[in-house]
Design a protein around this ligand. Structure first.
Ligand SMILES: Cc1cc2nc3c(=O)[nH]c(=O)nc-3n(C[C@H](O)[C@H](O)[C@H](O)COP(=O)(O)O)c2cc1C
Length: 331
């Protein structure tokens, strides 16, 4: 056994923090294996939670696992450990996404400061107010993405209109594809209760987190109800000129998706720390032609990975997570 290793209780609590991360449709496509004797924590993908119709390449799945990895780094740093991460290490199977070892003492790691935001961050599908996000905060968020090797672009007015158009196109495509709608429904309908046991399901998007129906306004907030009536769900006016950001990477391989996920979570935690509400939208990214159209029209160089909405709004609710016993194996 290496001279100094974290105890399993600590590692388990960091993994619990990791699982607070956002994931596509709250599928939580991650597994963790900790070998205490080797001081090695593996992050694996859980392919049973893949979405072959909406995410055939697994890009969204990798993004979700990247967000969990970032939370894990923050939690370990906050506890005084330095997590050393190797992405997609050689000589492991394709399902191993990262190998992490922990060393002490930690060099002072600024990400530790984001720890309180891990459990405060939620996806908010509520309307945001018209209050502008101060440029200094937006600069800070750009820096957060850059620190993780990604880029956060803040489109101007006409580009925001273009993005809104692309989201409507994606909604239209989604409406036409029965296969996509069925896949989506698996993560939404009945998520409040497991029909077999009557217990609350620990995954998927619960009806209480859908937010109101759009009565008016143009902010690109996905309506997961897909036109279905949901009891008690009101309607609201969303912002017309939302503050949007596009997270992008220079390349588009599996490692880049994992980096993008870490960058996304760093941006979201920083935004939460700054008192902002956030929501994500991947509809455009789920259709290759629309995703291409979202590339920077000037340079065309970046691969867009996520559309992020920022602003001031009401606090959003917690969503369920799988119990630790289902996602962590200690060897
Ligand atoms: C790759 C990815 C794609 C996502 N796409 C959307 C989306 O299109 N619309 C949306 O409202 N939320 C989207 N989300 C947010 C998830 O639905 C959300 O993280 C999940 O339901 C858990 O809720 P929480 O973020 O409040 O913890 C996405 C998240 C990830 C990681």
């Amino acid at each position: 056994m290496p001279a100094h290793t974290p105890d399993t209780t600590s590692v388990a609590s960091w993994v619990a923090d990791a699982t607070m991360a956002p994931s596509m449709h709250n599928a939580q496509p991650w597994l963790f294996h900790y070998a205490e004797a080797e001081n090695e924590l593996r992050l694996l993908m859980d392919a049973t939670r893949a979405m072959p119709r909406s995410d055939p390449s697994g890009r969204g799945l990798h993004l979700g696992c990247g967000t969990a990895l970032f939370n894990l780094r923050v939690a370990a740093a906050q506890a005084g450990w330095e997590p050393r991460v190797r992405l997609m290490p050689e000589a492991t199977g394709p399902e191993t996404l990262a190998m992490i070892t922990f060393v002490q003492p930690v060099e002072s790691d600024e990400v530790a400061e984001l720890y309180p935001a891990i459990r405060r961050r939620h996806t908010s599908r509520e309307p945001f107010s018209d209050e502008a996000v101060p440029p200094a905060l937006l600069d800070g968020l750009r820096g957060a993405a850059r620190a993780e090797g990604a880029r956060l672009d803040l489109p101007g007015d006409w580009q925001v209109e273009w993005i809104q158009q692309l989201v409507w196109d994606a909604e239209f495509e989604e409406g036409l594809s029965q296969a996509v709608r069925e896949e989506l429904a698996r993560w939404i309908s009945g998520t409040d209760d497991d029909p077999r046991t009557g217990a609350a399901r620990p995954e998927g998007i619960p009806l209480y987190a859908l937010g109101p129906r759009r009565y008016d306004g143009r902010a690109p907030v996905r309506d997961f109800a897909g036109g279905r009536y949901v009891e008690g769900r009101g309607s609201a006016v969303f912002e017309d000129a939302p503050c949007l950001a596009v997270l992008g990477t220079r390349e588009d391989e599996r490692k880049d998706w994992l980096r993008a996920g870490q960058a996304m979570e760093r941006v979201l935690l920083q935004a939460t720390q700054d008192g902002l509400s956030t929501s994500l939208n991947s509809q455009v990214l789920e259709w290759p032609e629309l995703r291409r159209a979202l590339r920077d029209p000037v340079s065309g160089a970046e691969y867009p990975q996520m559309l992020i909405r920022l602003g001031y709004g009401p606090e959003a609710p917690d969503t369920p997570r799988r119990p630790l016993s289902e996602v962590l194996v200690i060897i």
